[in-house]
Every structure is written in C-alpha cells, then in structure tokens.
Design a binder for this molecule. Structure first.
Ligand SMILES: CC(C)(COP(=O)(O)OP(=O)(O)OC[C@H]1O[C@@H](n2cnc3c(N)ncnc32)[C@H](O)[C@@H]1OP(=O)(O)O)[C@@H](O)C(=O)NCCC(=O)NCCS
Length: 329
C-alpha cells in the first residue's frame, strides 16, 4: 500500500446571513422570554435566511472565502463535499448546485448527511482523498438552514437554531504547511434516531395535507436525553482527542455550539480552562453542520491559532451522530 499523504487545512471561510433574530422576537408569538433562553442555552441572537435567500447562498459564500484564503482558483478544486441536511433541494445535492455556482470543474460533488456532525463527517471523507494521494485540493463545506426545518410555533426547538455555513480547503500538508489533520473519529448510534427527528414528510412517509396540518414534517426533539447525550459525548471526545498527548499543547477546543451550559459542564469536568474554549453560541445559536467550521473560521481569522498547538474539534447531533478531530496547527 502506498504511503499516506498527511492532509492539512490550506484555507478557511464562513458565511452567516445578515438577518438577525433576537430573543425578544419570539416573545411576540410564543410564551418564552429572553431571560429563559439566555439562562438555559446562552443564546442571545441567531441569523436566519430571509425568504428570498437560499441555503446554497451560504455554502457559496463560505466556499469562496475558504478558496480565496487558500489562494486556490475554482479550476484547482478536485472534489467538493458538503455536510448538510438542508440543501436547496431534496435532489440534486447541494454540492452539485454549489459546484456550478462556484465555477468548479466537473469534479465529484456530493453531500454527507450527518446533521450537526455533518461538517466533521465531510472533513473525514474529504481528508481521505488527500491522504490516499488521489486529490490535491478538496473543498469541504458544512452548513445548515435550520430556520427552514423548525416549527416556528414550537418554543422548545425554535429558539435554539440558526443558519450558517463554514468551509475549508484541504491540501497535502506538505503543500499548505498548516492545520495537519492528525486524527479523526466518527461515530453514530441509530437507536437514538427518535430523539431529534423530522417524523413525517420524508420518502418513507411522503407529504400529505394531513402531515402539513399536524406539522409533523418539522423537527421534533426530546431536549433532556439529547442534553445528556451531548454532555457525555463531549467529555468522551475531549478525552479521546488528547489521549497520550502533551496537555500543554492544547491550543483551542472548538466544540459544536448547541448549549452553553453543556459546554461549560463538560470542560469544567475535564479541567480545561475556559479561556481555551472557543464559543460563539450567543451570536449564532446552533447552526448544525455550520457550527464547528464557523467557529474555527472566526478563531483563525482573528489570528488565535499558534503553530505547533492542537485544535480539538467536536460535534454531536441528530442520528445520533458524533465526531472529533485533532489538528496540529
Ligand atoms: C432544550 C433545552 C434548552 C431545555 O432545557 P431544560 O433545562 O432541559 O428544560 P426542560 O426540557 O426540562 O423544560 C423545562 C420547561 O421549559 C419549557 N420550555 C421549553 N422551551 C421553552 C422556551 N423557549 N421558553 C420558555 N419555556 C420553555 C418546557 O416546556 C418545560 O416546561 P414544563 O416543565 O412546564 O414542561 C435543553 O434540554 C437542551 O439544550 N437540550 C439539548 C438540545 C440540543 O442541543 N439539541 C441539538 C443537538 S445538536
């Protein structure tokens, strides 16, 4: 077997819609309050696409920024993979729409469906194509338009989610000399599918007027079990990522932004100083697959990452799915 080609991160970008929805906005129609939302989740506001905007607008914006940052042209890209469960269409994939809009060559283009873990799953897939030596530039995007999948009348889910996307360009590490992807883990437990689900309206139970009336095509969630799952997986993942590594080399934790309380509990349990944990949940809420790459992009463009330190990425979500990565900057 040929030797593996270590993969690196050559460029990073992100895109969030302009429209800001603050917590007060929900109090016009729902029995909720800014205080409840902030206390239970840490969310102050989130971004939602306007009616005339589409999810692929965000994927294109994030992809463009990552390509510019990496200094690559559209014709350099060998493959595009998008982690999303909310493309513009059920079919074709978002990746095909974005490939055409970015003017990429007629390269492989496909989506990976792993909900909030989508970007990390897509990163795992994309990095394999670099590591085998097959490709030199892979565009990996993660993002979701959760505002298009939640029930605006359900106070227990609607306040949690936002829209957004992030992206990276992967290259052989020898070329880009930064962001060495040392290890990636992906996992899932399909027994937990019922905890976050769009119960009806999929191909297993196609859309009817009855489904629309009962609103069962929107996401439903059992908050408590999901909370417990995310908290325990977060602890497990951080442990996994730094096992056998020098703890002083931990630069930044970049966790999925689902709930500020979960993040604080997990990091304090592990004794990780809060100043090593990036977060932006107060501004964007939970953007599903967009969460980790947006956070990673913001930290990178603020110049926070130091050479020879680790970034630890972790995501959890619907499926149930989870994923982690250790990146040597
Ligand atoms: C959703 C979540 C914030 C709820 O917080 P919680 O402390 O677990 O609260 P509970 O579910 O016990 O609900 C407490 C009460 O608040 C109510 N409530 C729910 N949403 C509310 C809102 N937006 N405003 C006011 N009250 C609300 C509930 O109806 C419940 O009322 P009840 O006791 O009369 O039944 C929390 O469970 C959570 O974050 N879970 C993980 C969700 C997640 O991250 N999902 C995505 C995974 S990627």
């Amino acid at each position: 077997m040929a030797e593996l080609v270590p993969a690196g991160i050559a460029g990073i970008g992100h895109f969030v819609p302009e429209q800001v929805i603050d917590n007060e906005w929900f109090t016009k129609t729902l029995d909720t309050s800014d205080e409840w939302i902030q206390q239970r989740t840490g969310i102050v506001e989130r971004r939602w696409l306007r009616d005339d905007e589409k999810p692929c607008d965000m994927f294109v914006g994030a992809g463009k920024m990552a390509m510019e940052d990496a200094g690559v042209n559209p014709e350099d890209i060998d493959m595009i993979v998008i982690g999303t469960v909310s493309g513009d269409y059920t079919a074709p994939s978002a990746a095909c729409i974005v490939q055409a809009r970015l003017g990429l060559p007629k390269c492989g283009a496909f989506d990976v469906a792993a909900a909030c873990s989508g970007f990390m799953y897509a990163l795992a897939v994309g990095s394999q194509f670099i590591e085998t030596g097959r490709y030199k530039n892979v565009l990996v995007i993660g993002g979701d338009a959760m505002s298009r999948m939640i029930d605006k009348q359900d106070r227990s889910t609607v306040v949690l989610f936002g829209d957004g996307a992030g992206a990276v360009v992967l290259q052989p590490h020898a070329t880009c000399k930064q962001g060495l992807i040392e290890d990636i883990h992906i996992g899932a437990d399909g027994e937990g599918a019922k905890y976050i689900i769009r119960p009806r309206g999929g191909a297993g139970d196609p859309m009817t007027h009855e489904i629309l009336d009962e609103r069962s095509h929107y996401i439903t969630m059992e908050g408590r079990p999901v909370y417990r799952f995310a908290a325990s997986k977060m602890i497990w993942l951080l442990d996994w990522a730094m096992q056998g590594q020098d703890p002083d080399k931990l630069g930044w934790m970049i966790p999925h932004q689902m709930n500020r309380r979960i993040l604080e509990q997990a990091t304090s349990h592990l004794g990780i100083p809060p100043e090593k944990v990036l977060h932006n949940i107060s501004k964007y809420g939970n953007t599903s697959s967009g969460s980790v790459p947006i956070l990673m992009s913001e930290g990178y463009h603020k110049g926070l990452y130091e050479k020879d330190t680790y970034l630890v990425l972790g995501a959890f979500g619907c499926g149930l799915t989870w994923a982690g990565a250790r990146i040597l900057w």
